[in-house]
Write a new protein. Structure first.
Length: 194
């Protein structure tokens, strides 16, 4: 919204002269009301001052420094889209994967096409449960101010599985049981091909 432009004193005097020489079209009409006074802005409420800080004071080291919950936490809290009895067996490691793809040690550029081909190929031949091994990742903390995540593929594979073209093939993703790789692998339960 544009702010109204206020007239300077010279412009106001000129306007009054022009308006005074004009004849009104409707003599019974009321004259224009006086201009409104400018709106006063509310005063700024001062913020609470920062608490005093002493040199050598201990910082709060117990607060979490990660903004997103871990990938295993997010997958554990994801809604179950498959049969709950089969899901329970799968999480306990009672269902055997029909095939597996080992992405461990690959770069993201190598792993993404491999994952695409594996998942879509598995669905095409009628597989239901497959195992995708990502590895747990190496600890590469360089000591910088921003924390780095362990395991690039471990965090990226669930995101790839949730995006097209793989999302139409995947029914459920969950971390694998310890006997199938634990947090370094994922069970991927596939939809039936229509």
């Amino acid at each position: 919204m544009r702010r109204p432009r206020h007239l300077s004193p010279e412009e106001r005097a000129l306007w009054d002269r022009v308006a005074g020489s004009a004849t009104p079209m409707n003599p019974e009409a009321r004259p224009d009301p006086a201009p409104l006074a400018p709106v006063q802005k509310p005063s700024v409420v001062p913020r609470d001052p920062l608490p005093d800080f002493q040199v050598g004071q201990k910082a709060n080291v117990h607060r979490p420094n990660d903004l997103l919950p871990g990938i295993t936490h997010r997958l554990s809290n994801a809604p179950v889209h498959m049969d709950s009895k089969s899901f329970g067996k799968m999480k306990r490691g009672k269902l055997l994967p029909e095939a597996r793809s080992d992405l461990h040690g690959m770069t993201m550029a190598e792993a993404h096409p491999e994952l695409l081909a594996f998942i879509l190929g598995s669905q095409a031949i009628g597989r239901r449960l497959v195992l995708v091994i990502t590895g747990k990742g190496k600890d590469r903390d360089d000591g910088g101010p921003i924390p780095t995540r362990n395991g690039v593929l471990r965090h990226q594979v669930p995101q790839w599985l949730a995006l097209p073209p793989l999302v139409q093939a995947v029914l459920q993703v969950t971390p694998a049981h310890l006997k199938h790789g634990g947090h370094g692998a994922y069970y991927v339960y596939l939809r039936r091909r229509r």
